[in-house]
Design a protein around this ligand. Structure first.
Ligand code: 5GP
Length: 181
């Protein structure tokens, strides 16, 4: 924490903006010949990143969301993944771009990507803002990666601790989650 009690800055807003722009350019190029893209965000953490990313795409796309079980104030990942809110759209025959805030152990994304394939998506690619590769317990193929981060608990730009800090405009490190409660 800094002296004013805010999480220490790890990735600034300027650096985030630049990288999100680069990811959008890559996605735009890769999907140049495909039909309407189905962009699926994982609630709630991906929302800020997804909003900035998709506003930079000029191709036709549809936005959808689903939600998995969350941390509920804990700082370790559960191996079991529960779907709390499902998609509105059918995946059959669609090109799907899955957008997530962070991959940690990999269980969440592995489960969701398998489910999308099972539901008949034509293709599924994963776009992740932050990759905590050092914590991976199960392999996940990441097609678009913003940044790799160390084993620290990050908040801001959509990422939370107990639903707080999501509106920080930068990615910060929460040194001791819960220490002030
Ligand atoms: P995984 O299934 O890959 O272990 O967990 C992915 C989910 O864990 C992310 O969507 C996110 O909700 C949560 N998570 C993992 N690491 C962090 C972190 O450093 N900060 C926050 N805020 N959430 C995290």
């Amino acid at each position: 924490m800094t002296e004013d009690g805010m999480p220490r800055e790890l990735i600034s807003r300027e650096v985030l903006d630049r990288r999100v722009g680069e990811l959008a350019d890559e996605i735009e190029r890769d999907y140049a010949d495909s039909e309407e893209l189905l962009c699926v965000g994982v609630l709630k953490g991906s929302v800020f990143f997804m909003s900035d990313l998709l506003q930079r795409l000029s191709r036709p796309l549809v936005v959808d969301f689903f939600q998995t079980s969350s941390y509920r104030g804990e700082t370790t990942s559960p191996g079991e993944v529960r779907i709390r809110r499902d998609l509105d759209h059918s995946l059959a025959g669609r090109d799907v771009l899955l957008i997530e805030d962070i991959v940690d152990t990999g269980y969440t994304m592995r489960t969701i990507m398998a489910l999308m394939g099972f539901r008949g998506a034509r293709s599924v690619r994963l776009c992740v803002l932050l990759d905590k590769a050092c914590k991976r317990e199960t392999p996940v193929q990441i097609h678009y990666r913003g940044f790799e981060v160390d084993d620290v608990f990050v908040v801001g730009y959509g990422l939370d601790y107990d639903d707080r800090y999501r509106n920080l405009p930068y990615i910060g490190v929460l040194e001791e989650p819960g220490a002030s409660e």
